[in-house]
Design a protein around this ligand. Sequence first.
Ligand SMILES: [Zn+2]
Length: 460
Amino acid sequence: MTGHRIAIPAFAVVFFCSLCLGQSSVVERYDSSARKIVAEALGSNQSWNMLVDLCTTIGHRISGSPQAARAVEWAKKQMEGYGFDNVHLEPVMVPHWVRGTVEEASLIYGSGKHERLKITTLGGSIGTAAEGITAEIIEVKSFDELRRLGDKAKGKIIFYNRPMDRKQISTFAAYGGAVDQRGSGAIMAARAGGVAALVRSMTTRIDDFPHTGGMGYVDSVKKVPGMAVSTLQAERISKLLAKGERLKLHFRLSAQTLPDVESFNVVGELTGTENPGEIIVIGGHLDSWDIGQGAHDDGAGCVQSIEAFRILKKLGLKPKRTIRAVMFMNEENGLRGGIAYAAKDRPGEKHLAAIESDEGGFRPRGFGIADSAAFRRIAPWAPLFSFFDADLIRLGGGGADISPMGPKGIPLMSMIVDTHRYFDSHHSDNDILSVVNERELAFGAAAMAILTYVMAQEGL
Ligand SMILES: [Zn+2]
């Protein structure tokens, strides 16, 4: 205290001091650890090394596949290799959809000319009989437009061509505004008397990669096949139709759904030194679609979660509360792993929070926190992430795999990343190592490590 006396209202003093003694000291206490964590993530490059291993030795790994079974072993081995505690598998029955070996389509012009069209079967779709299906293509932008077609839709292949809205700031909002065409397109096509759904790929990018993804059926409606076409081809087909070309599509698919298969969530821990029964879950999903390498979706989230643990262990940062890494199985076509994790009885455990990284391994910007009390607690920690520009703490967040924990009152959180390029490769042949940047990936692992460590020390 200097000799100057300045009149400061008492409430301001109280407020100011609570800031210095409480929250700002959290930042002071962990600033040096945060910097060490980032240095270790960048210096070791282990998240990238793990992703290379996962993507090249196993590759894509859809639920129920031999690759998914190998990915389970892989994740367990990684965790054991880094000396995690209590590494174990939690069984879960998962759907087993297979694309099969036949997937071909051709456009047939009014003149009779045939032209090969690259398509991808949508996940969950039925296949066709061996001779395939040939029918005229009719374009719509919405289910309303399809309804208004009335009898004109009968016997046709319904071509859904409403693009993701480019004006949306959030690419996830744009995806959410278009994905009904993929998810319910086959049901609505069959209701209208159509014979198949052909869907414009879910991406804002105009290129020649068809993107797959989940689609559904309902028991009360006849099942018809669903497939996606690249945005480039969707625009071309649309132009041809607009010019009055009577286009048909001939296609053959061998997809089918086989009986459910036993698979596993892979779990490992850093046991808390003071409150081991208080759990913070971090994770991503181990399964991917059956094309590409599942590099961003969600190999990135898995290796970042494992790397966050490795870093804490390497730096000798011992959490007071237990941090648990969960590699969830079957996010893409069933969410069975997430549901099973939340449903499992875990006596003596209290989950403090669950954090998911499943928006790609892009540059982290901060964290979204779905729970307002947790948000208020964590928001003042933002300066800990400022030195690498990842200090955005926003209300609202979560992830598909951890969503079943939400109704149990567990605060859900997600890493916020720069997602403008996420849908470029999402669910396509292009979701491969070369679209992931190793530094961005490492920063994400570091951000996850910092948040989980501080939560483990400070509680929520
Ligand atoms: Zn994902």
